[in-house]
Design a binder for this molecule. Structure first.
Ligand code: GZL
Length: 295
């Protein structure tokens, strides 16, 4: 029996992640899955984990909404002898024996990849010497995806002295909030050259706000849109000419977690940390890439 505490259903990425877990942990595959959607609230995740302990599940899987606040409940799981596997975002605990394994993305690398793509893109368009004004729609503050992407961009931006980060604000990884924050950015700044959205759903909201303000974006527009996740709808947005690039964040953790559980069942050791492979998907190859995508 596997108890899975999922963050919520805030984005297309999250939906694909849930689908991957549910389609892996089926009765046909020999599992009983107890699934809990925490609506992006950590207190709901803590309740879910305690519920799994009560039901004496064999494994607890957590996709943590933010990095901190896990020590106590994970100690309770450890005392109950239930292995905990963390997926997607990371947790920050005093003693890392409180979890058996973590499978997820290298969010810092995703931030680096976004800056590398923008540097190349501007060079190709003879804009390496331009002053570039950037705004960022951040994900849920304190989540590893937000921390890594923000820090990765911040660190590598230092190589480009003509780039200026005008402002960063959280859009909570949702389309609605992303649009709202972008509307406020457009009121405050008249000369935005680049929007960095820390997930595709906030990018979709930003694109709507830009169009509503009578401005243009994408490869043929005035504002460059850089996004993260590379979900199917991001490919549609790039094919439609609205988005310039999406840095992939792979949500298909189900098979990886099942592999870890199978090894643990056999008493084999597992890697503490396992990064998933990820790429960068620009608009100019979106049409040919989209048919190959699994989510
Ligand atoms: C990334 C994941 C993030 C996605 C968002 O691994 O934690 O959460 O980038 C999702 O779309 O909401």
């Amino acid at each position: 029996m596997v108890g899975f505490s999922q963050v919520g259903a805030e984005s297309d990425w999250r939906t694909a992640n849930t689908e991957s877990m549910k389609s892996t942990f089926t009765e046909a595959n020999g599992y009983k899955l107890i699934f809990d959607d925490a609506q992006q609230k950590q207190e709901n995740q803590l309740k879910a984990v305690r519920n799994f302990i009560q039901q004496d599940v064999d494994y607890i899987v957590i996709a943590p909404v933010t990095e901190t606040g896990w020590d106590t409940v994970l100690q309770e799981a450890k005392d109950a002898g239930i292995p905990v596997i963390i997926v997607d975002r990371m947790i920050d605990v005093s003693d890392d024996s409180l979890y058996t394994a973590w499978v997820g993305s290298n969010f810092l690398q995703e931030g680096y990849d976004a800056v590398a793509w923008l540097g190349d893109y501007l060079k190709k368009n003879n804009r390496s010497d331009d002053d570039i004004n950037i705004v960022t729609l951040q994900g849920t503050i304190g989540s590893s995806a937000q921390i890594g992407r923000t820090d990765g961009v911040e660190e590598k931006m230092k190589d480009y002295p003509k780039w200026k980060m005008l402002e960063r604000q959280t859009g909570e990884f949702t389309q609605a909030k992303g649009q709202e924050v972008m509307e406020s950015f457009l009121k405050t700044y008249q000369d935005i050259d680049v929007v960095i959205a820390e997930n595709d759903n906030m990018a979709f909201g930003a694109i709507d706000a830009i169009k509503a303000a009578g401005k243009t974006c994408g490869p043929k527009g005035d504002i460059i849109i850089i996004s993260f996740d590379a979900v199917a709808a991001a490919f549609d947005s790039m094919i439609a000419g609205d988005m310039n690039v999406s840095v992939e964040c792979n949500p298909l953790h189900g098979p990886r977690v099942a592999e870890i559980i199978q090894k643990l069942e056999k008493g084999e050791s597992v890697d503490k940390i396992a990064y998933v492979q990820e790429g960068v998907y620009p608009a100019d190859t979106a049409a040919q890439e989209k048919p190959k995508r699994a989510y």
